[in-house]
Write a protein that binds this ligand. Structure first.
Ligand SMILES: Cc1ncc(COP(=O)(O)O)c(C=O)c1O
Length: 371
């Protein structure tokens, strides 16, 4: 395809791009709608299948309580999470997105002169905030399999280490630690300092209970498990996240972010989260559809001989020869489709979130031209 044909096909694609075409007779697919971004946005790991219908109804129904502080809804969500994870309600912290709690953790643990250890690249906002308080960020490169190098991370802990951050599954690689190895790591390391395990994408990775480090919390280890409703639960716009940890660490965290009259979440957000949390069939459908679309993109990469890092999540990181920013700009300019350009240690990558099959078709048309 030459450039002119490509741009022509791109503009056709743009017309249909933001519209989910399926009907929703199955109760699992949202009505057609334009994206609020004004483009197909595959750069932010949003759930392209949208929120569950039950969450949408809960948002509508709870809007009449906008005048009231959401204390009851907050307690209800905490209780649901505590029951599911077999911990006390006092061990659950809610935040306006997990970012809210991340920020709290940066303040709670980030004493001046201390350091925090994480893999690199990873999801770094916690350490970036902590750096503002004079904390040194010790970055340990991935191992050969694009996972956190647990051995080297453990070796770099000193008496000044105030927190170890592990993103599992890893963002941006999409890889997963072996649960047994990570569990043993958490057991040893948490004797020296708290370990925060960010499980933002764990629901995509398989059987959550067997993969999660929640068992460390149940065993009383100083481990903080961070989760979010922004990804598999499809509620990025509602801003609800949570942490589950020991009572001591929960109290320490709670001292550093919005509490008192309520957490930072609104009434509608909390009701949406409660509805999504209890809507298992919708979650199952998100997992199935995400896996189908991830396979679609992997099959495409295989067909053109493009390598990528095998992912258990809703995004795929692929090393490319071209300048990733130029490639992302070209795709956006012609297809109104955003992907995330990355460069790590001089290597260019594209990190692309998977979406509906229709979106994957547009994406692969675009990639065919630029890769
Ligand atoms: C690994 C990871 N953790 C946490 C977050 C923050 O999500 P939120 O604040 O929406 O819960 C993100 C967002 O992309 C993420 O990728």
């Amino acid at each position: 395809m030459n450039r002119r044909d490509w741009i022509k096909s791109a503009s056709i694609a743009v017309g249909a791009s933001c519209i989910a075409r399926k009907t929703f007779a199955d109760g699992l697919t949202l009505p057609p709608r334009e994206s609020s971004h004004g483009c197909i946005n595959l750069s932010m790991n949003e759930n392209q299948f949208g929120p569950s219908m039950k969450a949408l109804s809960a948002i509508k129904e709870s809007s009449i309580y906008a005048n009231e502080y959401p204390l009851e809804a907050q307690e209800r969500l905490k209780k649901l999470i505590a029951k599911k994870e077999s911990v006390a309600t006092s061990q659950v912290i809610l935040g306006a997105g997990s970012s809210d709690i991340t920020m709290g953790a940066a303040s709670a643990f980030g004493r001046t002169g201390s350091n925090m250890v994480s893999s690199d690249p990873s999801f770094h906002p916690l350490m970036l905030w902590a750096e503002k308080f004079g904390v040194d960020h010790v970055k340990i490169p991935w191992d050969a399999e694009h996972r956190a190098d647990l051995t080297r991370i453990e070796e770099s802990i000193t008496e000044d280490t105030s927190l170890v951050y592990i993103c599992n599954p890893e963002n941006p690689a999409g890889t997963l630690e072996h649960p047994h190895d990570l569990y043993e790591f958490c057991k040893r390391v948490s004797e020296k300092c708290p370990v925060l395990v960010d499980e933002a994408y764990i629901e995509y990775a398989g059987d959550v209970d067997s993969l999660s480090m929640m068992r460390c919390v149940r065993e009383g280890l100083p481990v903080i498990v961070l989760r979010t409703f922004s990804k598999a639960y499809g509620l990025g716009g509602m801003r609800v996240g949570y942490a589950v940890t020991t009572k001591d660490l929960a109290d320490r965290l709670a001292a550093y972010y919005v509490t008192g009259i309520g957490c930072g979440c609104s009434h509608t957000s909390l009701e949406a989260a409660i509805a999504a949390y209890t809507d298992q069939s919708w979650m199952d459908s998100v997992r199935t559809r995400t896996a189908e679309s991830r396979k679609y993109l992997c099959d495409y990469y295989d067909s053109i001989g493009q390598s990528y890092i095998p992912s258990v999540t809703t995004f795929i990181l692929a090393p490319i020869k071209q300048d990733s920013t130029q490639v992302a700009d070209a795709i956006f300019g012609a297809f109104n489709l955003k992907v995330s350009p990355r460069n790590y240690f001089g290597q260019n990558y594209l990190r692309i979130s998977v979406g509906t099959i229709e979106q994957m078709e547009k994406l692969t048309s675009a990639l065919t031209y630029v890769l």
